[in-house]
Design a protein. Structure first.
Length: 461
């Protein structure tokens, strides 16, 4: 008997998705270039209780084991492996068969959020499987919706990751300001973020900051303080920024978060540099200005929220621009609905608002000029500016030692003493620029998170 569907590419993601599909009751054929992974997957399926999963060692028998019209989900490394796999499989396939390029399926084992695009007829071949395999969320239903024509599904998934980069960077910077300027303890940080997760910032990424309160297993401190401040990445953030440049769309928050990842990866270089640029940190520069903790916490919350709006606005602008270029006719409100479903990584209560903004005006030029968001950007402005300034001051502490000249956006040279903490004259004419280069996007803030214990700040503007 033939199986319902095939899956090629059995790395971690592929194996997990295969088990998920089989567990939902769909007979499945699997294949991988390196055949040991086929056997591994078959073995896992057996261990999990005789799931209807069948392994094949050669592409031909794999393809021929699937019922027509054949559908094969392909989960191989991006780039030329995709083309090679398509070539290997397609010689055995027929007109009307279909290959799905499944780039990046998070949570593959226990219900991913899926963003399928391409031919609608092909989508219909496997809608029954997608509906069952995708995460199910109370109130919102399945975390899957047909996105649109061509490569729109993959594009939207990619931008989703870019937005996630921005979100994480902003959270990391908020953490950094509270910790290094506000001197909050891990327990305090935990409390602050939990509190934030009850309000407009409610989201998965804020929720998982409960890691702050977790103790190291040896019991000699907090886990968060022991995590190496070094991160790698897959390519989705990079692609998002490349696309932004191709489309001439400004995406400063997302681009800055990508830069921070690059810097973060240079751990050894930063450790070396820290020996040369020995710094007392922010203490001496801020000693005569007592930081009001409560006020700082509230300011950072507002700055984070305003910056988050900017980050999402950038992602939406990218999708809008690409959709226009390609004639995809994507509905941005629908995408926000799909994302808020509660299963994707950037899920957030805030997406309700994004959906509403685009539902009210599908041709909205920019999220920032939606009447409600306009207000939400204007209200937290003073808090936001205070945080940016504090960050700038904190950075100046190190900048002096680096002998970096800090220049304002007006090109006035600025002495350390002259940078006002609570006066913002320098930025007055630059409101729009600030709104577009917030927090993470500002050159002041760039590289903050990446620096960790070893301060090495790049200040140019
Ligand atoms: P492999 O196990 O044979 O390396 C993630 O790397 C997945 O992509 C793995 O299943 C891997 O197969 C597959 N992959 C990487 N490069 C490939 C290629 N050139 N052709 C086919 N599959 C490839």
């Amino acid at each position: 008997t033939l199986t319902r569907i095939g899956l090629a590419g059995l790395a971690v993601m592929g194996q997990n998705l295969a088990l998920d599909i089989a567990e939902k009751g769909f007979p499945l054929s699997v294949y991988n270039r390196t055949t040991s992974k086929v056997d591994e997957t078959v073995e896992r399926a057996k261990l999990e209780g005789k799931l209807p999963l069948h392994g094949f060692h050669d592409p031909e028998s794999f393809v021929h084991s699937i019922q027509k019209p054949r559908v094969i989900i392909m989960l191989v490394k991006a780039g030329s492996p995709v083309d090679q796999t398509i070539k290997t499989l397609s010689v055995h396939m027929e007109k009307g068969d279909c290959i799905i390029d499944g780039g990046g399926v998070a949570g593959a084992r226990h219900g991913p959020s899926l963003m399928p695009g391409g031919s609608f007829a092909a989508y219909k071949y496997i809608e029954d499987i997608l509906l069952k395999v995708a995460a199910q969320v109370r109130d919102s239903g399945h975390c899957v919706a047909y996105i649109g024509k061509g490569g729109s599904g993959n594009f939207v998934k990619m931008i989703h990751s870019g937005i996630e980069y921005g979100d994480m960077q902003l959270i990391a910077e908020a953490y950094d300001v509270l910790k290094s300027v506000g001197k909050l303890s891990n327990e305090e940080l935990h409390q602050v973020f939990s509190e934030w997760n009850k309000g407009e910032l409610l989201s998965f990424l804020i929720e998982i900051t409960d890691i702050f309160s977790i103790k190291d297993y040896k019991g000699d401190g907090y886990l968060a303080d022991k995590v190496l401040d070094k991160t790698g990445m897959k390519d989705t953030g990079k692609w998002t920024v490349q696309q932004a440049a191709e489309l001439s769309v400004a995406a400063p928050t997302i681009a800055s978060s990508l830069d921070s990842r690059f810097l973060s990866g240079l751990k050894d270089e930063r450790v070396q540099a820290a020996k040369v640029f020995k710094s007392g940190g922010v203490d001496d520069i801020l000693t005569d200005q007592a930081v009001d903790k409560q006020k700082l916490i509230d300011d950072v919350r507002q700055a984070l929220y305003a910056s988050k709006i900017c980050s999402y606005a950038q992602g939406m602008n990218l999708i809008h621009a690409k959709s226009t270029e390609k004639g995809w006719d994507l509905e941005l409100g629908e995408l926000a609905r799909n994302w808020k479903g509660g299963c994707c990584i950037i899920r957030a209560i805030f997406l309700d608002r994004v959906q509403k903004a685009y539902d009210q005006n599908p041709d909205l030029a920019n999220l920032l000029v939606d009447p409600e968001f306009e207000k939400e950007i204007i209200d937290p402005q003073s808090a936001w500016r205070r945080v940016v300034c504090l960050q700038a001051l904190a950075l100046l502490g190190n900048a002096q030692r680096l002998e970096v000249r800090v220049v304002t956006w007006n090109n006035d040279e600025l002495a350390t003493e002259a940078l006002p903490v609570h006066g913002f004259e320098h930025y007055k004419t630059k409101d729009y620029a600030l709104a577009h280069a917030p927090f993470s996007g500002s050159s002041y803030a760039g590289g903050q998170w990446a620096t960790g214990d070893e301060p090495l700040y790049y200040i140019v503007s």
